[in-house]
Design a binder for this molecule. Structure first.
Ligand code: S3P
Length: 441
């Protein structure tokens, strides 16, 4: 993939039916869980992206074999004690926060040390959020500033924990659950709802998880350490990747799209709810349940009269990776849109709140930003006729794809750097856009 893209033309109207590659969160969880199963697990439509390949490399380094061909992946798990590796084995998580954080959980019972490292962007991100609970389980963690690289060593005497997870992070919750899975006794996690793929996979595997809901929070109980056999998983399409096409269609003239077989579970589909509150009229068709996840086809048309939103904070977690796109829609919608308690955006692949604010200002949109909120003064008559250069975004794949969508939907002359960043989550993105007639070079 070229690392700079020039876009000088809006996309022409289209009417398309598309499939989107597999869900990244589920693909990584499949790899990690399958590494702990007894016997062979198989996934179909596993996402073939850098983050998932790094997950497969990680289990391989820990002594677990796999085969991955044309999106079919077989993993030959050896149970909870199946890891076999030399002391100080290095695992490179690349750009993947999900891999880097979840793998701590699997390393709770290892005798040898592992050094977890990541790329420049991941090495700036906070790991105290997993170090704190994992030390309570008994993991030995060598870290000065809670940034990667971090050295971890397990224990033969891990103990279950009671933990209040206050960030609403699915990565932290899942890390704890993976460690609880390999620890005798009952672990309790008090947390706010967030994406719940790990819990759903556990239920499908008949593992002893119990979830008690209480107002806006929940307590998860897990009784370790029941083992499980290899399993199969058909990975549905990724809503986060689909969202780029949803927004492109909404903001383009006389266009329509049907996106097939997407995971639209409540914990992930906040963007659809938010955009529909803004009058987008996105429809879900052929809904079905698969292994606890809600799968549907998403139908979208060019938007007619969007309205601004005072975004309810209850959608913050289920749209956490889609805010950049939602902000773009607000930019061209009449009225003032408001978002509160979105400070976690500052802890993503780049500081996405800063990026979004700078980006909107660059487009000529008035904003007001604080440490955890954003107001966008939308302009439905926005015309872009200048030159826009997008760089220095810590190679955040979503910042990069957002810029491409903005260029294709709104016009202007764009030069977008670090386009190779997209391979972490959606390597076929540019190729797919070209099949829509988009001119990118
Ligand atoms: C993810 C959880 C979210 C999300 C990330 C993927 C996951 O992060 O932003 O892209 O797969 O568990 P947090 O857990 O930090 O909210």
């Amino acid at each position: 993939m070229k690392s700079i893209l020039n876009i000088n033309n809006k996309i022409k109207n289209y009417n398309k039916t598309i499939y989107i590659p597999g869900d990244k969160s589920i693909s990584i969880r499949f790899v990690l869980l399958a590494s702990q199963a007894i016997g062979k697990s198989v996934a179909y439509n596993l996402l073939n992206s850098e983050d998932v390949k790094n997950s497969l490399n990680a289990i391989k380094k820990l002594g677990i074999n796999y085969k991955f061909k044309r999106n079919k992946c077989e993993i030959y798990g050896k149970g909870f004690n199946g890891f076999n590796f030399k002391n100080n084995t290095v695992i490179d998580a690349g750009n993947s926060g999900t891999l880097a954080r979840l793998i701590f959980g699997l390393l709770i019972n290892t005798n040898n040390s592992v050094i977890i490292k990541g790329d420049k962007s991941l090495s700036k991100r906070d790991f105290y959020r997993v170090v704190k609970p994992m030390r309570l389980f008994g993991q030995v963690i060598d870290s000065k500033n809670f940034k990667l690289p971090i050295k971890v060593k397990g224990t033969n005497f891990s103990r279950p924990i009671n933990y209040i997870e206050s960030k609403g992070s699915a990565q932290v919750k899942s890390c704890i659950l993976l460690s609880a899975m390999k620890t005798e006794g009952i672990t309790k996690i008090y947390c706010k709802p967030s994406r719940d793929h790990t819990e759903k996979m556990f239920k499908e595997l008949k593992l002893p998880i119990k979830i008690v809901k209480k107002n806006n929070s929940q307590i998860i109980f897990y009784r370790g350490k029941k083992n499980f056999k290899g399993f199969e998983y058909n990975v549905p399409g990724d809503i986060s990747s689909s969202s780029f096409f949803i927004v492109l269609t909404l903001l383009s003239k006389k266009s329509k799209i049907l996106i097939k077989n997407i995971n639209v579970s409540k914990s992930r589909s906040g963007i659809i709810q938010i955009l529909n509150l803004m009058n987008a009229r996105i429809k879900l068709k052929n809904k079905k349940i698969y292994k606890g996840e809600t799968i549907a086809d998403i139908s979208v048309q060019s938007a007619k009269k969007l309205k601004s939103i005072n975004c309810p904070i209850k959608f913050n977690s289920s749209s956490i990776d889609e805010f950049l796109l939602i902000f773009l829609v607000c930019a061209v919608t009449k009225g003032v849109s408001k978002f509160k308690k979105i400070g976690e955006l500052r802890n993503k692949e780049t500081d996405r709140l800063k990026f979004a604010n700078d980006f909107l200002i660059k487009l000529g949109i008035k904003t007001k930003v604080t440490k955890d909120s954003l107001k966008i003064f939308g302009n439905p008559n926005l015309t872009l006729n200048r030159k826009y250069i997008i760089k220095n975004f810590d190679k955040d794949h979503r910042a990069c794809m957002l810029s491409i969508i903005a260029a294709l939907a709104l016009g202007g002359k764009w030069k977008i750097h670090d386009v190779d960043s997209i391979k972490t989550s959606f390597p076929t993105f540019v190729k797919m856009l070209k099949t829509f007639g988009a001119k990118l070079n």
